[in-house]
Structure formats: structure tokens, C-alpha cells
Design a protein around this ligand. Structure first.
Ligand SMILES: Nc1nc2c(ncn2[C@@H]2O[C@H](COP(=O)(O)OP(=O)(O)OP(=O)(O)O)[C@@H](O)[C@H]2O)c(=O)[nH]1
Length: 462
């Protein structure tokens, strides 16, 4: 069932509201009376439990996350247990934010559910220690349980929505990443298909025994389609049509005995039918590749650099790799200085030429394992993998030197000297890529504030 967003929000709000109302004042004050130490013990237990799990360790073992998460989880438990009708809207919005962060980081949803179950379990044990009236105990437990479930449900809904679009982008990226070979691949497969057809016609025309006719699905094209094409184009409608045509063409050919092939009319039917099917296959194959070409906008059309919509996919992957291999990487945001003046003085085309010039310098200056994105108008983002802060700074210095040494010439006799400001941030183990980008961006802001034509690296304050 697809629930309309607004309707869902109202539903959650009203149900949580009702839960607060039906819970007695004694239960509310009992839950409020839990001390920070009490809740801290629940959080410690959560950590001990979750760190026992290999999957969870990937997300929780980093010291930084651990330090932050301890406080965050403590605060979450406190907020949910103390929830009141006055702060409900804010609390629900907060759960949604957390769900989005979880999706961004790629925390599996079952891990969150398991963690919440553990928190509830230790909370119930904690409540049982109090000597109290069973009715009060029931009231307090029901509140804890349903309030936490509601909070997790809101998180999960937000998670699913973000996750869905992320998965789509990942799929596009996967298709896009084979694009470099797309034209070669298309020509090769069309040629393989025609090659099979030529051999087929030759065999039929020369009266070769049927066993010598290679099955279409065993041909070079058939094998490519079975092992590669089918998977690469998994989401495209034409795939099932091609699969069916390959199978039925082979079956159709098998129905022709040598005696039948010896009769001119029958031979004509065989050749004509196979010809039509190959034409159909050729056209289906062409539209498959056209589908793929749509993803060409994975590259920014002006600069030919990577489009920013692949940033989440790539950073998520680099973060997982860096955590697993205990390595680091650097994100650099680079912005052309006073670009507006260039547009204003020399025109938009000259601005475009300058952007292309810088893009080419960036592309040729990074290693093939690094990434260069066009982030926005005159802003670029670079990702240097497996690198130290010093090495990244050296590359940035050389980029700045190249930019200074290669002005753009809008017309003969006119020269545009460009400079750039850069903000760098070293990956510190925190799994949220947006935090990394925000930090590189704030270093860029600092570089602009400090006079432009320079690079600054983000360093945590204090
Ligand atoms: N020619 C061209 N201009 C663009 C493109 N995208 C954005 N711009 C222009 O880039 C300019 C960016 O200007 P600002 O954001 O004010 O920044 P700035 O002039 O570079 O100044 P600082 O960044 O503060 O040094 C705007 O004038 C945009 O119109 C593009 O694709 N082509």
C-alpha cells in the first residue's frame, strides 16, 4: 500500500498523540525520572551487543562515531520516552532526518530494528527493577514500546524513500560505468549477429547438414547476450523479447529437416523467417543501446566531467572501502574566483570556454583512480582516493599552477587569467558523506574569505 506523505504524517502524529494521552501521568513521570546514568547503561549495553555483530561493527566501530553516537542515542531515548504533545511535530521531523541519514550512510534497516529491540529489552529490565504497581508497569512499558516503534517506523519510511532513489542512481551508475565501451560494444554485437546470419545462409544454401548450423544462442552474440547483455540491461523491456526470440529462432530452425531444406520453397520460408527475426533482433539491440545512451548525461555535457548526481554512489562506495581497508581519501571543492565578472565582461561563451579549460586541467591532473565532478556552475569537486592531506595539497598546488599558466583567449588579443579557491577535507572515518562535503565546502568558504586564489584544509575546531 502506498501511503500519501501528508496523510501518513497526520496519521502518525495523531496516533502518537493518542498514545501520550492514554498513558497515565504516573507512567510519564516514572519514565521522565530515569536518570542519565540509567539511560547511559542502556546505551552501553546497546554498544556491547551491536559491536558483537560483524555488519554492525562496520558502522559503529569508529571511535568518532562511537563518541557521537553515545550522546545521540542517549538523547534519542530520552526524547522518545519524554515525548509530549507539544514537541511531537519536531520529534517526528527529527526521526525522518535520522532515517535519511541512515539511508545515506547505507546502514541496513534490520540493524536499526535490532538495535531498537535491544534498547527496549534492557529498558524493560530496568523498569522491572522498580517496585511498582503492575498496572503502572504495564502503562510505562506500553508507552516505551509503542513510542519507540512509532519513531522507528517514521525513520523507516524516510529511509525507504531515500533508499529507493539511491538504488536507482546506483543502477544508472553501473550502466554508465560501461558507457566508455558502448559504441564499440554495439558495433561488435551487431556484427556478431550478422556474421551468424551469413554463416547460416551459407550453410542452408550449400545444403550443409543441419547439425552444422550453429544455434543462435551458442553464437558469439548469443553468448554475449546470455552472460553480459542480459545483466547489463536487466531493467530494460527489450531484454525478455530478445531472450524469447533467440530461443524460438533456434527451435524454428530445428523443425527443418534436410529433406525440407532441399525443397526450394521450404528453404525460402526458412531463410525469410530467419532474416525477419534477425532484423527484429537488430532493431531490439539498437534500442537497448539507445536506452544506455540516455545515461550519457552521467557526464556533464559542457565539461564532460562526472555529473554530481553520482556523488552519493561514489562517496558511499569510497567510504565503505576506506573503512574496510583502514585507508583515507580527500574531498576537494574547487571554485573559480570572480567568475561572474568573466561572464559579464567577455560573455557567456567565453565563460563556457573557461569552464572547459579548467575542467580539462583538472581531468589531466588527477590520477585515473580519482574522480572529478562538475558540482555546480563554476564549482568542481575532486575525490582523491588513498592519499594523505599533504599529497592532496601538492596536487592542488600543481592544479593551481597549471590554471595560472594556461589562460583562456576569448578573442585574438584578449586574455582571461583565472584563479581558483579550494577547500579540502580528509575523510576521518565518519560514514556520512554529506558531512564530508559540508566540511570541504566550509574550507572553501574560508579560502574565499582569506582572499581567494588559495587552498584551505578543514580542521576540526578545538
Ligand atoms: N558561462 C557560464 N557561466 C556559468 C555557468 N554556470 C554558472 N555560471 C555563472 O557563474 C557565476 C558564478 O558567480 P558567483 O557565484 O557570484 O561567484 P564568482 O563571481 O565566481 O565569485 P566568487 O566565487 O565569490 O569568487 C554566475 O554569474 C553564473 O551565471 C555556465 O555553465 N557557463
Amino acid at each position: 500500500m502506498k501511503i500519501n506523505g501528508q496523510y501518513y504524517d497526520a496519521l502518525i502524529m495523531s496516533e502518537w498523540h493518542d498514545l501520550i494521552d492514554i498513558t497515565g501521568a504516573a507512567a510519564h513521570s516514572l519514565l521522565k525520572s530515569l536518570s542519565d546514568d540509567d539511560i547511559s547503561l542502556l546505551v552501553d549495553d546497546f554498544y556491547a551487543y551491536m559491536l558483537d555483530d560483524d555488519d554492525a561493527r562496520l558502522f559503529l566501530s569508529n571511535q568518532l562515531v562511537k563518541d557521537r553516537l553515545h550522546a545521540t542515542l542517549l538523547n534519542w531515548i530520552r526524547q522518545v520516552l519524554n515525548s509530549s504533545t507539544a514537541d511531537l511535530a519536531e520529534l517526528i521531523a527529527e526521526q525522518r532526518k535520522v532515517g535519511n541519514i541512515h539511508a545515506r550512510i547505507g546502514i541496513p534497516i534490520d540493524l536499526v530494528a535490532r538495535g531498537a529491540r535491544r534498547v527496549k529489552q534492557s529498558l524493560y529490565s530496568r523498569l522491572r527493577r522498580e517496585k511498582m504497581d503492575p498496572a503502572l508497569c504495564y502503562d510505562a512499558m506500553r508507552f516505551c514500546s509503542l513510542a519507540m516503534d512509532t519513531a522507528i517506523e517514521v525513520m523507516t519510511t524516510a529511509y525507504s524513500r531515500t533508499h529507493e532513489s539511491t538504488t536507482k542512481d546506483q543502477e544508472n551508475y553501473r550502466l554508465f560505468s560501461i558507457l566508455d565501451n558502448v559504441n564499440v560494444e554495439r558495433e561488435r554485437q551487431l556484427a556478431a549477429l550478422l556474421n551468424w546470419e551469413n554463416r547460416f545462409i551459407y550453410n542452408v544454401a550449400t545444403g550443409s547438414p543441419a547439425v552444422e548450423i550453429q544455434e543462435l544462442k551458442e553464437s558469439e552474440f548469443g553468448l554475449w547476450f546470455q552472460h553480459k547483455g542480459r545483466h547489463v540491461f536487466a531493467q530494460v523491456d527489450e531484454v525478455s523479447e530478445i531472450t524469447a526470440l533467440l530461443g524460438s529462432t533456434d527451435e524454428f530452425i530445428k523443425t527443418f529437416t534436410p529433406d525440407m531444406i532441399a525443397i526450394a520453397e521450404q528453404r525460402y520460408v526458412l531463410l525469410r523467417t530467419v532474416r525477419n527475426r534477425i532484423m527484429k533482433l537488430t532493431s531490439l539491440l539498437s534500442s537497448l543501446f539507445e536506452e544506455l545512451a540516455k545515461f550519457e548525461n552521467g557526464k556533464d555535457p559542457l565539461t564532460n566531467l562526472l555529473n554530481r548526481r553520482f556523488i552519493p554512489t561514489i562517496l558511499r562506495r569510497e567510504i565503505a572501502l576506506a573503512i574496510r581497508t583502514n585507508t583515507s581519501f580527500v574531498v576537494a571543492m574547487l571554485d573559480i574566483d570572480y567568475f561572474k565578472k568573466i561572464n559579464d565582461k567577455y560573455g557567456h561563451d567565453a565563460g563556457d570556454a573557461a569552464l572547459k579549460n579548467i575542467a580539462a586541467i583538472l581531468y589531466e591532473s588527477v590520477r585515473s583512480s580519482d574522480y572529478v565532478f562538475r558540482y555546480g556552475g563554476e564549482e568542481f569537486m575532486l575525490v582523491f582516493v588513498e592519499i594523505t592531506e599533504n599529497q592532496a595539497n601538492l596536487i592542488i598546488d600543481s592544479i593551481r599552477a597549471k590554471i595560472a599558466g594556461r589562460p583562456t583567449y576569448p578573442t585574438a588579443g584578449e586574455k582571461i587569467d583565472l584563479t581558483v579557491s579550494v577547500g579540502l577535507c580528509v575523510f576521518d572515518g565518519h560514514p556520512d558523506y554529506e558531512r564530508l562535503i559540508r566540511r570541504a565546502d566550509s574550507a572553501l568558504y574560508e579560502a574565499k574569505q582569506n582572499g581567494r586564489n588559495r587552498a584551505e584544509t578543514y580542521h576540526p575546531k578545538g
